[in-house]
Every structure is written in C-alpha cells, then in structure tokens.
Write a protein that binds this ligand. Structure first.
Ligand SMILES: *Cc1c(COP(=O)(O)O)cnc(C)c1O
Length: 347
C-alpha cells in the first residue's frame, strides 16, 4: 500500500469526511458508501480508459474464485477453452477449468522451467474454444508476456493479479480481465473483474448466484454485501495513482525500478535471475545467490536493514523482490545497496 494512502485511511478511520462514521460502519447501500463506490469505479475507468461496454465488478473470492467463474460464465454453450501455461498460477487456473470443460493447453513453457513465454507462432489454438486464458505476469516465476495474444473473435481472458495498473493497458483487446486486489490495488479480500458486457448472462447450469457475472453487474456489485473497506482503500489507491501521473507516470517509475534491479543482478556473478530477458517481470524479480547456503543469512541481514518479504516462493526457493506500484524507488535503491554490500562481504 502506498504510505500516503495508509496515512489518509488513518486520518479518516473514525470519521469519514464528517459523516460521523467509519467506512466500516456504513451501510453499503447508504449514500456515503455509494459515493465512495462510484468514485472508485469512475477513477479506475479513467486510469485504464475502460470502454463503456465493459462492466467493472468489485467482488470477493480472490483470483482463485475467478479460475472457476471464468469457465462458468464464458463457456456459453461450448465445451472447450484454450489455456497458456507459463507457471504456477496458469496451472491452477487450468486445473480449475478442467472441472467444467475440456482444456486445451495451447502452449507451455514447462520444459524451459517456466523461464520464458512461448512465441505465439508456436501455439496450438483451437478454432472451437470459448475463450483463451493466460497469465500476463506469473508472480512466482517473475515472467511477463511482452505481447498481447492475438485471438481474433475468441475472447481473451487474463489473470492480471500481479500486473494490473503497472502501466497503460488496452482493455478493448480483452473479454475479461481479473485481479485479486492484494498485489497492486489494495488489501486482500477484494477482487476486480472487468468484463465485456456481451459475454455475460449465459452461465453453466447450476452456477451459484455469487459466481454469476451478470448478477453482480446488474446489482452494481451489491447482490450481497461487498468488501466495503477494501473497495474504499482501492479507491484511495486509484486517487494516489492519478497523483503519480496516472498509468503512464507509474509505468516510467516501474520500468526504472525494474531496470536498476535487473542490471545490478546481471552485473554480478554472485546473483542470478533465470528469466529470459525479453520476458522479465517489472513487478516480481526472483534471484538466486551463487551459494544457496548464504540464503538464510542474506534474508536475516536484509531484515536488519528493514528489507523484508524477500524470501522466494516456497515452490522455487531463492529470493524474490516484489516491487509493486507502492514500493518507492528508494526501496529498490536500498535493496541494491544492500545486495552490493552483502556481495562485498561474502563474494
Ligand atoms: C496472487 C495471485 C493469485 C491468487 O490470488 P488469490 O487472490 O489469493 O486467489 C492468482 N493469480 C496470480 C497471477 C497471482 O499473482
């Protein structure tokens, strides 16, 4: 979370703008919360230039619930979907979709240990797929697509949990974009779905109301009580992004942060990043130490400098610096200095 947003939330926590209530105490249908909700949606629409024929939903259940909601809503009479497998999150989406339809894995980088993105010319897309699903940024592997897949009339579905709002995006290329909030939007508990309106309204038989995009769209995400406090905090983050120059502004900062860190890793024999340079994530930078016996002491000494949550995902080990929008450039500079110092002492 950007510090400025947490400061504002702190100031408003007992009394939101003279209402005498905390946002947590408001009725989600009251005029105060309605204004918070509408402003947040408006600001997100502006930031991403979301076309009018797209609905924006503020849901719960995380990106993991979307792994099921996507097929439940998007199969629309078909029985097949194409998926691209570029890592741990793609795999989970594939397993979940397999409960509802035939899944064609049109391309996978598993043989390359998920260190790259297969070129589209090598994919085996199906002409009868209901949609193509991919993961533009694989959070654990630190692999990001350097292109948007071309699917013609077949709707493109993207799990953007760890890259949404990191740079400008052409929403019109997508059928559905979804993201758990906790990486680049706000606190855990909120999930944002951006869906083209012609794709909703034809769910699989037996789909629960809570999993139906149309029900959420028709009720302004208030079919039941939405995650109000997360929605409010997301709204503050959207306002903050506008002060950073919008997505163009934050993109410049993000690119600079990532370039610096990859340069520092590439220039040293002590640290390494395994990802194809063309597909390196701006948000998640995994790296290993030449001597993994030093991992533990690296993490301990980093923590002493206030550099925390650097442990790599338990499935891959090593280190991972997640440098989302809210991580200031000085934070990346501090990490790079610490890494150089640690190498001097231990290299
Ligand atoms: C974190 C993450 C998820 C899981 O999100 P939940 O909100 O915990 O369900 C899914 N996909 C990607 C790309 C992620 O980064």
């Amino acid at each position: 979370m950007p510090e400025a947003v947490l400061q504002q939330a702190k100031e408003e926590i007992l009394d939101w703008q003279g209402s005498g209530m905390s946002v947590m105490e408001m009725s989600h249908r009251g005029k105060e919360f309605m204004s918070i909700a509408e402003t947040a949606e408006q600001d997100l629409r502006e930031l991403l230039s979301i076309p009018d024929n797209y609905k924006v939903l503020f849901l719960q259940g995380g990106a993991s619930a979307q792994f099921a909601m996507a097929p439940m809503n998007l199969l629309r009479g078909k029985n097949k979907a194409d998926y691209i497998n570029t890592g741990a999150w793609s795999k989970k989406a594939i397993v979940e979709a397999g409960r509802y339809c035939e899944v064609n894995v049109a391309a996978t980088s598993e043989a390359e240990k998920f260190s790259t993105v297969p070129e589209q010319s090598t994919w085996h897309l199906s002409s009868d797929a209901a949609y193509l699903h991919y993961t533009p940024n694989e959070t654990i592997g630190g692999v990001e697509f350097p292109f948007i897949p071309e699917t013609g009339d077949i709707p493109l579905v993207a799990d953007m949990s760890s890259t949404i709002l990191s740079r400008p995006l052409d929403v019109s290329k997508y059928g559905v974009i979804y993201a758990g909030a906790q990486k680049n939007i706000g606190p855990a508990g909120l999930t944002i779905v951006i869906v083209r309106d012609d794709l909703i309204g034809e769910t699989l038989p037996g789909t629960p109301a809570m999993f139906d995009y149309k029900i959420h769209a028709d009720t302004g995400s208030m079919y039941n009580t939405p995650p109000t406090y997360g929605w409010y905090l997301a709204g503050l983050v959207f306002k903050w992004l506008k002060t950073q120059g919008g997505l163009q502004g934050i993109a410049e900062i993000n690119q600079r942060k990532a370039d610096k860190l990859y340069n520092a890793i590439d220039q040293s024999d002590f640290y390494a990043n395994p990802v194809d340079p063309a597909c390196r994530s701006w948000m998640n930078v995994p790296f290993t130490l030449a001597n993994p016996d030093l991992d533990k002491i690296f993490l301990e000494q980093a923590a002493e400098q206030g550099l925390v949550t650097l442990k790599g995902h338990r499935s891959v080990g090593g280190m991972r610096a997640s440098i989302y929008n809210a991580m200031p450039e000085e934070g990346v500079d501090a990490l790079i200095s610490f890494m150089a110092e640690f190498e001097r002492k231990n290299g």
